[in-house]
Design a protein around this ligand. Structure first.
Ligand SMILES: [Ca+2]
Length: 208
C-alpha cells in the first residue's frame, strides 16, 4: 500500500540524537519517547514513529516475550503515559498474500522489527490483548473500521483507558501517540553509523 512507501519525513531529523537508550534488556536497547526532554511531548502517527526509530537505527518495539512485555508496561506506568505505539502491525498490505496469514484478523499480526508473528488472536494466553475496549468486546476488535472509519492495523499499549489495566489494543495507525523504539537485529550492525535511514521496503521482507 502506498501508506508504507511515503518518503521519510525530514522534520524528524531535528529529533536525531543517536545513541540514546533508556533501558537495556537481553542485549537490546530501548528508547521511550517520553523519557527524553526533547521528545517528551512528541506524539506521532505509527508510521512517523517508525521512521523516527529507523532514523536512530532502531525500530518500533517488538514484545516477543512476556518478560519484555512486562518491562515495557512497567515503564509506561512509571511514566504515567496513557498509551504508546509498539511495532505490532496487521499484515494486510502488498506482500501479505500468504495462506498462513489468513484470516489476517487472527493470524496476520506480526512485529515489524523482528518479522516474528504474534500468536493467533484466538490464543488469549500467550498474548496480551485487552479483553475489552470501546465496544466492550475483546481486542483486536477493529472498532473504527466497523464504524466506517479506517482499519485498526497498528498495535498500541493502552494504560487503563477502558478500565482494563495495561494491555494491547488494535488502533488506527493515523492516531498520534508517544512510542517505544528497540534495537533491531534486522539492521546490520556495521550499517548503523553509515546508513541512518534504511529503505522502508527492505523492512517488509518476510522470513518464511
Ligand atoms: Ca481496537
Amino acid at each position: 500500500m502506498l501508506f508504507f512507501f511515503r518518503p521519510f519525513i525530514s522534520v524528524l531529523k531535528i529529533y536525531q540524537f543517536p545513541g540514546v537508550v533508556h533501558l537495556t534488556h537481553e542485549g537490546h536497547g530501548y528508547l521511550f519517547s517520553w523519557e527524553d526532554p526533547r521528545t517528551s511531548e512528541l506524539e506521532l502517527s505509527w508510521m512517523e514513529a517508525r521512521e523516527f526509530c529507523q532514523t536512530h537505527c532502531m525500530d518500533l518495539v517488538g514484545l516477543e516475550t512476556q518478560e519484555e512485555n512486562i518491562l515495557v508496561k512497567e515503564r509506561l506506568a512509571k511514566g504515567n503515559q496513557s498509551y504508546a505505539w509498539t511495532g505490532g502491525r496487521k499484515c494486510n498490505f502488498e506482500g501479505c498474500d500468504r495462506p498462513d496469514l489468513k484470516p489476517v484478523s487472527v493470524y496476520g499480526w506480526f512485529w515489524v522489527g523482528s518479522h516474528k508473528k504474534l500468536p493467533p488472536t484466538t490464543n488469549r494466553l500467550d498474548a496480551d490483548w485487552s479483553n475489552t475496549g470501546g465496544l466492550g468486546v475483546p481486542q483486536p476488535d477493529d472498532r473504527e473500521h466497523r464504524g466506517g472509519g479506517p482499519s485498526e492495523d497498528c498495535l498500541a499499549i493502552l494504560n487503563n483507558l477502558h478500565s482494563d489495566g495495561i494491555h494491547w489494543h488494535d488502533i488506527a495507525c493515523n492516531h498520534r501517540k508517544p512510542f517505544i523504539c528497540e534495537d533491531s537485529d534486522i539492521v546490520p550492525h556495521d550499517a548503523r553509523s553509515e546508513v541512518p535511514q534504511l529503505p522502508v521496503d527492505m523492512l517488509f521482507v518476510w522470513a518464511t
